[in-house]
Unconditional design. Structure first.
Ligand code: FAD
Length: 277
C-alpha cells in the first residue's frame, strides 16, 4: 500500500460534478448545503450513517446570522463566507449541482446538469428565497442608491455604507411580516446603527421609524421589555401592527398599511415616510 500526499487543505471536500445523463444513488440525499443541510450531514455522519450526499450548487457557504452585523458595521462581509468545500463534512459526498425536480414515486432527484440521483431517504432544505418583487417598488429600491438589507449578502455592506454616511434625515426599517428567515433579525442593524449615530453625535438629527406587523416588538415579555427600553433610549418611532405596502424609490417614500391580523397597536398608523439623508 503506497502513501499519498495531498496538497489540499486538511478540511476540503472535492465536489462531484455530474455529467449529463449520469445516474447515481445515495442512501441519504440532502438538497441544500446551507446551515441546515451541512449540519444534518455532519450529524448523520457522526451517527455513522454511510453514504450521505448533499446537493449544493454554490461554491461559497454564507453564514447568514452575520449579515446583521455586516449591515450594522460590527463585522466584515468577508467573515460570513467560507468555501463550501471547507464546511462540507469529511466523508460526505458533495454534488455540485442544482435540484430541479423530485419524483417521490421513483425516489429520484433530477439535477440541472441533466443527471439524476436516486435515494433511500431524502431531506429537502433549500432555505428561503427572498421575494423582493412581492412589494411594489421594493426591488427597485434595493437596486437603487437608498435601499439596503441584512437579508442578502450583497445588500448588507451597502446598508452599512448608507448608515455610516447618514448624518440627518429619515430611515425606515421594516420587519418582514410573512415567512422569513429569522424575522426579528431585521431589528439588529437598526440598534447597531442607532448606537453608531449616537456615538458620532448625529442620532438627534435622524428620524428612525421601525415597522413591525405584530402588536408588540418581539412577542415575549422579557425581550419586549428590554427592546422597548432601547427603543425609548434611541427615540425610535415604532409602527406596530403595520407592514410595508409599497416603496417609491424615486420619491424616497414608503406607504404603510395595517397588517392583516387587524389590530393596529398603540403607535400604529398608516402613512408614508421618506428615507435618506
Ligand atoms: C439576516 C439574518 C440573520 C439571522 N440571524 C440568525 C440568528 O441570529 N440566529 C439564528 O439561529 N438564525 C439566524 N438566522 C437564520 C439562519 O441563518 C437560517 O435559519 C439558516 O441559515 C437556514 O439554513 P438553511 O440551510 O435552511 O438555509 P440556507 O442557509 O439559506 O441554505 C440553503 C441552501 O440551499 C441551497 N439551494 C437552494 N435551492 C437549491 C436547489 N434547488 N438545489 C440545491 N441546493 C439549493 C442554497 O444554495 C443554499 O446554500 C438569520 C438569517 C438571516 C437572513
Amino acid at each position: 500500500m503506497g502513501s499519498s500526499t495531498s496538497t489540499r487543505p486538511a478540511r476540503s471536500t472535492v465536489p462531484v460534478v455530474p455529467a449529463p445523463g449520469e445516474k447515481r444513488h445515495h442512501q441519504v440525499l440532502i438538497i441544500g448545503g446551507g446551515n441546515a443541510g451541512v449540519s444534518l450531514a455532519g450529524r448523520l455522519n457522526r451517527y455513522r450513517v454511510k453514504d450521505i450526499a448533499v446537493i449544493e450548487p454554490r461554491s461559497r457557504h454564507l453564514y447568514q446570522p452575520l449579515f446583521s452585523h455586516i449591515a450594522g458595521g460590527t463585522a466584515d462581509a468577508f467573515d460570513a463566507v467560507r468555501l463550501q468545500s471547507a464546511v462540507m463534512p469529511r466523508g460526505v459526498t458533495w454534488i455540485q449541482d442544482k435540484a430541479t425536480d423530485v419524483s417521490t414515486g421513483t425516489k429520484t432527484v433530477l439535477l440541472e446538469s441533466g443527471s439524476a440521483v436516486t435515494y433511500d431517504h431524502l431531506v429537502v432544505c433549500p432555505g428561503i428565497q427572498n421575494d423582493w418583487a412581492a412589494i411594489p417598488g421594493l426591488k427597485d429600491a434595493m437596486e437603487g442608491p437608498y435601499g439596503g438589507s441584512n437579508y442578502e449578502y450583497e445588500l448588507a455592506p451597502k446598508a452599512w455604507k448608507l448608515f455610516r454616511e447618514l448624518t440627518s434625515g429619515t430611515v425606515v426599517f421594516t420587519q418582514p411580516p410573512g415567512p422569513a428567515s429569522c424575522d426579528g433579525a431585521a431589528q439588529k442593524p437598526m440598534y447597531l446603527a442607532c448606537d453608531y449615530w449616537r456615538r458620532t453625535g448625529v442620532l438627534q438629527d435622524i428620524r428612525v421609524v421601525l415597522v413591525v406587523s405584530t402588536p408588540t416588538i418581539f412577542g415575549m415579555d422579557i425581550i419586549d421589555e428590554e427592546l422597548t427600553r432601547k427603543i425609548d433610549e434611541y427615540g425610535i418611532e415604532v409602527r406596530y401592527s403595520t407592514e410595508l405596502a409599497s416603496v417609491d424609490p424615486e420619491a424616497r417614500t414608503v406607504v404603510l398599511r395595517p397588517s392583516p391580523d387587524g389590530s393596529t397597536g398603540a403607535h400604529g398608523s398608516t402613512g408614508g415616510s421618506t428615507g435618506g439623508s
